[in-house]
Design a protein around this ligand. Structure first.
Ligand code: SF4
Ligand code: SF4
Length: 375
């Protein structure tokens, strides 16, 4: 029996069955099926802990969780449901009950440095051709796997923006490796710890003062999880919106005059809002752009609805993941938004890729929007 799942036994026993975690779960919201909500996942994990045989539906509900933390935040008994889900997945792996796709993704991360086993040199080709990464710089920009291989325009825009702003930055290029989030999501903690050590040392070797992430999950791993798995680093971790907000406050962002009203709705990424409380910086950047009118999802900031993709949900349950992307796009259209702003390249890749030609309005990162409006 995995010690990790066992270590949560008192939490699992503290559940009062109130059901709050079901109502807030994005998969309950889009299906109305209580069995996809937080409580059912906790019950399945508890059965697993007690050594009971799980039904296919119980295994499914444990796999159908993006670890968005909406349930953890609302649980009156403060039960860390998403952590328990990860531990239960670790136990399912011990029992040989996780899908083959999971094992392929984990193997790719450990042996080929990215979940999709993409060619490492492709991490460089999404950067502007004229950018020649210096050996040393104040900022180390780490785009992350999804951005480098699946949302390449977002990386290019961020790098172009940094160049335009005269930022002293570099990248790791083909030496960059996955942050290991997926390993943590499925309870492979020892393997995630190995990546925490390797990446921390790699970042430190560059001598950079700041590591800038494009992806909020890389940010969460580097800033909150790595120190627990390995040790505190000697660099600071910033998400790209924190960096841009800092530059805004220093008067470094000069925008063109607005050419008419542009209505933008901002989609909060789960790790930034629920694990780090970053809600206002991206909104302040958008509001500072002349002509931009910011509108809000009815569930925003800490209540933001997950895009439905992370933690293995998109590869295993693409239809349910796509329903959440559609849910967010439909509400943006109801709000009459002409653009959805994101601070997460996984949200970008998932929403755009799920709706394809049915996508009625563009989805852009804050960096892309800032670059478009920079004077
Ligand atoms: S972490 Fe998110 S997806 Fe998982 S059970 Fe909780 S609310 Fe549902
Ligand atoms: S919100 Fe907490 S106490 Fe209520 S059912 Fe969910 S896990 Fe149990």
């Amino acid at each position: 029996m995995s010690n990790l799942l066992k270590s949560y036994s008192s939490y699992m026993e503290a559940c009062t069955d109130c059901g709050v975690c079901t109502e807030v779960c994005p998969f309950y919201k889009i299906t109305g099926n209580e069995f996809y909500g937080g409580r059912a996942k906790l019950k399945a994990a508890y059965s697993l802990y007690k050594g009971e045989e799980l039904s296919e539906e119980e295994i499914k509900t444990l796999l159908l969780c993006t670890r968005c933390d909406q349930c953890n935040q609302m649980c009156p008994a403060q039960i860390p449901i998403s952590e328990i889900v990860a531990a239960a997945r670790g136990r399912l792996k011990e029992l040989g009950k996780v899908p083959g796709k999971y094992l392929v993704i984990a193997k790719n991360i450990m042996e080929a440095s990215s979940p999709m086993a993409a060619p490492p040199q492709d991490r460089l080709t999404c950067l502007p051709e004229e950018f020649k990464p210096p050996r040393k710089a104040k900022y180390l920009y780490v785009p992350g796997c999804i951005a480098s291989f699946r949302a390449r325009n977002a990386v290019k825009a961020a790098a172009e923006l940094f160049m335009k702003l005269g930022l002293d930055f570099t990248v790791l290029g083909e030496k960059e490796s996955c942050c290991g989030l997926f390993l943590a999501d499925i309870g492979m903690i020892e393997e995630a710890a190995k990546l925490a050590e390797a990446n921390t040392k790699l970042f430190e070797e560059t001598g950079a003062e700041y590591v800038i992430t494009e992806c909020p999950s890389c940010y969460d791993m580097f800033k909150r999880v790595y120190p627990k798995l390995y040790r505190e680093p000697n660099y600071k971790v910033l998400h790209v919106v924190e960096l841009l907000h800092q530059l805004l406050k220093e008067g470094m962002l000069h925008f063109k005059d607005g050419g008419g009203e542009e209505i933008i709705v901002y989609k909060d990424p789960c790790p930034l809002v629920r694990r780090h409380g970053i809600t206002e910086q991206p909104r302040e950047i958008l509001r500072a752009i002349p002509g931009v009118k910011l509108v809000e999802y009815k569930e925003n900031r800490g209540d933001a609805v997950c895009c439905g993709a992370p933690a293995g949900v998109k590869p295993l349950f693409p239809d349910l993941a796509a329903k959440l992307a559609e849910y967010l796009v439909n509400e943006a259209v109801e709000l009459k938004a002409s653009c959805i702003a994101v601070a997460c390249t996984f949200c970008l890749y998932h929403i755009v890729g799920s709706l394809k030609e049915r996508l009625p309005i563009p989805v852009k990162t804050i960096s892309q929007i800032v670059l478009e409006h920079l004077g």
